[in-house]
Each structure stands twice: as structure tokens, then as C-alpha cells.
Design a protein around this ligand. Structure first.
Ligand code: ZN
Length: 160
């Protein structure tokens, strides 16, 4: 992974540089690995653009998995009784949401092309990316991250 991406995220797109902001990015990418194992990753290529596209659903699912990771890494204890990362503070969560928000298609399009065109989205809006991360933090099972299970992942999340 190219660590200069974190600089670009912070300097060009206004993300926080907090630890959980960076960990969110790594967890999101690992989420794509899980999607590959689950056999759904290819749906991004089959339906690559638009606010309810396969691509956006795959990206929002990876955000949800990143939220699941953050929740579990901060509460699961190793053999010595120590959690993998320190318990999350409100600031940590704000940092992660700041990173998720900074890579929303609407935010990036407004900045780079001066207009927002949802029909060409590939990753989802700032709002949806934050919402699916939070969904992951609250998730009981991986099915709570099934972005293909709602008709509009831009405005809906899975309800248990
Ligand atoms: Zn991604």
C-alpha cells in the first residue's frame, strides 16, 4: 500500500489524520479481500457505475466490513487479555468517519469536476460511506453488511 495516499486524503480531501482514519483505509481494502473469498467482488466489474451499482455496493460493503473490524478489534481480547486496538473513543470514530466521508464520490466529484453526477459513481456518497461504516460497527453478523440486500444502498441499510 502506498502510504502517500494518507497525505492526499488529508491534504486534498480534508480527512482527519487520526489513527483510526488510516486503519479504516486498510480495513476497507482487507474488506475487498473478504469479498473476494465470498465470491461477490466480481459484481463490481459487472455493474461498474451509478449510485446503486454493483461497484458502489461492493465499496459500501467494504466500508461496512471496516466498521465490523473496528468494533471487534477494539473489544476482542488476545491471550493476555489485551484488546487488539484500544477501546474506541468518540474522536476515533469521528476520525474514521472523516476518512470515509473524504472519499465519497460526491465530495471528490465536487472538488475535481465542479459538479456531482451520481450516474457515474463507483464508491458511494460521503453520507452513505459513513452510514455503512456505522452499520458495520453495530453489525451482529456479516449479513448486516449485505449491501445487495437493499434496493438503494445510498439511502438504506440492512435492518435486522
Ligand atoms: Zn474500495
Amino acid at each position: 500500500m502506498d502510504a502517500s495516499f494518507f497525505d492526499i486524503l488529508a491534504k486534498q480531501f480534508g480527512s482527519s489524520q487520526g489513527a483510526l482514519a488510516q486503519e479504516y483505509v486498510v480495513a476497507h481494502e482487507y474488506g475487498h479481500h473478504i469479498e473476494n473469498i465470498l465470491g461477490v467482488l466480481g459484481r463490481a466489474q459487472q455493474d461498474p457505475q451509478g449510485s446503486a451499482s454493483g461497484s458502489v455496493r461492493i465499496e459500501l460493503m467494504a466500508d461496512c466490513f471496516a466498521g465490523m473490524w473496528a468494533q471487534h478489534a477494539s473489544t476482542t481480547k488476545d491471550a493476555n487479555g489485551t484488546t487488539f486496538i484500544k477501546p474506541l473513543t468518540e474522536k476515533d470514530v469521528r476520525d474514521a468517519l472523516s476518512a470515509a466521508s473524504s472519499v465519497g464520490d460526491d465530495r471528490i466529484q465536487a472538488k475535481t469536476q465542479g459538479q456531482v453526477t451520481p450516474e457515474t459513481w463507483t464508491h458511494g456518497s460521503s453520507e452513505a460511506r459513513q452510514r455503512w461504516f456505522i452499520q458495520g460497527m453495530k453489525a451482529q453478523t456479516i449479513n448486516d453488511c449485505n449491501t445487495f440486500g437493499v434496493s438503494d444502498p445510498e439511502t438504506q441499510t440492512v435492518t435486522g
